[in-house]
Design a protein around this ligand. Sequence first.
Ligand code: BV8
Length: 231
Amino acid sequence: MKKIVILTGAGISAESGLGTFRDEDGLWAQHAIEDVATPEGFARDAHLVHDFYNARRANAAQAQPNAAHHALARLEAEHPGEVFIITQNVDALHEMAGSRNVLHMHGQLDRALCGACGHRWDAPAVMRPEDACPACRVRATRPDVVWFGEIPYGMERIDPALSEADLFAAIGTSGQVFPAAAYGQHARRMGAHTVELNLEDSAASRDFDDCLRGKATEIVPLWVEGLLSRA
Ligand code: BV8
């Protein structure tokens, strides 16, 4: 298993206290996707959207990585080949656990973006519509996250990684958001062995050769232990 590519979703951060999206008490249960995770929603009510992300930024700021994040950092440190994490999550828990080769395809809560000039900077704890961009001074600041209808970050790195992967794993994702939801199918078609680690079946489970079921903090460390003992 030379090159391991891992897609993570909200389920890997659930046990760190960060809400998932589609579980019954998830983030979307309190908000309509189109109101808080689309450019149109932001144009309609920037206050509501900033409040949604300010609350998540505050929650994420006090969260700690869990045993699943630490296990993936151990895998990167001890696996003889490359380990590349593509995360849909906007929290920094992979990096806090020590992972370095991480791509945030849906952006990051702790980064800000200017909608006018494209400038990016470390997001303040609280963002407001009236904030001016530090570079161009236009009041067009937004969270540096990828909303529905926007192009995910790092696509130029993701496609080659999926083609070259020997092993592709999806951890804690419901397989409902594209293009990430099709990565298992793509990797398998390109010859990777595919494994899904999740609490329950997902919309993409049929794309995986193996499915490990359980809580991430329990099944991810066991899976990593198995990989390293066979390496
Ligand atoms: C794009 C913003 C074009 C940041 C997010 C019809 C068909 C195909 C596609 C589309 C379509 N209609 C519209 C589209 C496109 C659209 C899309 O997919 N819509 C869906 C709703 C159908 N996609 C887009 O718009 C994307 N852009 O397509 O651009 C393009 C594409 C390619 C190339 C060129 C152009 C942009 C999508 C990004 C949207 N932004 N977030 C933020 O606010 O966080 S999406 C949001 O959902 C988050 O990023 C999140 O990561 C993501 C996916 O959710 P999950 O991570 O899977 O979380 P979820 O709650 O759903 O599932 C959690 C799972 O964990 C569950 O299975 C649960 O069982 C499990 N779990 C829970 N607890 C645990 C656990 N597992 C283990 N242990 C536990 N303890």
